[in-house]
Design a protein around this ligand. Sequence first.
Ligand code: ADP
Ligand code: TYD
Length: 212
Amino acid sequence: MIAFEGIDGSGKTTQAMELSKRLEEEGIPNEVVRDPGGTRLGEGVRELLLHRSDLIIRPLAEFLLFSASRAQLIEEKVTPMIQAGKTVILDRYFYSSIAYQGFGRHIPIDEIESVSRFATGGLLPDIVFLVELDLDTAMKRREDAGRQADRMEDAEIRFFKDVISGFKECARRDPGRFVIVDGSAPIVNISERIYNDVTNRIKNLAEERNAP
Ligand code: ADP
Ligand code: TYD
C-alpha cells in the first residue's frame, strides 16, 4: 500500500500514474484509487465536498464526510485488493485530513487521528511519498493546466501554509513511513526515484516475509 500526499498541484496524480505504469510493466498488479472518491458513494461525497458551491460545509462535517468516503473506499476496494495480492496506490489518504482539517481548519489532531483509525480499521500505508512544492509553483501549474479552483482550493494563502506545515509534521513524526520528494524536479527524475524506493521496499518486505 503506497500513498501520495502533498498540496494541490504538487504532482501526486502524475506520480501515482507513472508508478502504476512502471509496476504494471514489471508484472506487479496494482491499482490507483483516489481519496476522496474511488467508489460510487465516495465519488458522490467528493462531488458534495468539492463542487457544490451552494452548500455551507462546516469543518467538522467536512472532516466526517472525507472520513465517510475513506471508510467506504477501504472496505469496498482497498482491503479486497490487498487480499487479492494487488499493490494499492492511494492518491491522498488520511494524512490529508490531518493537514487540511487539522492544521488548516484547526480540528484537534488527536480527534482526527482517532476517527481516521476508526474509519480505516487502522490500515497504514507501507510507504507515503510526500511531494513537496512551493505554493506559487503549485498554483501556477494548476492554472497552466486550466484547472478551476474547487471549494477547498478557494481558500486563502494562510490556510495552505498551515496545510504545508501539517504535512511536514506528519513526515517528521513518522520518518520510517514517509519519503519526502522534491516536486520541483522534472517528472521523470521524480518517478525514477519513487520507483527505486518502491522496488527496494517491496524487496525488503519479501525478505522479511521469507525470513525463518
Ligand atoms: P496533484 O495531483 O498533486 O494535484 P498533478 O499531478 O495533477 O498534481 O499535477 C498538476 C499539474 O502539474 C499537471 O498539469 C501536471 O502535468 C503538472 N506537473 C506534475 N508534475 C510536474 C513536474 N514535476 N514538473 C512540471 N509539471 C508537473
Ligand atoms: P484532489 O483533486 O483529489 O487533489 P488535488 O487537487 O491535489 O489533485 O482534491 C481533493 C481536495 O480535498 C484537495 O483540495 C485536498 C482536500 N482534502 C481534504 O481537505 N481532506 C482530506 O482528507 C482529503 C483526502 C482531501
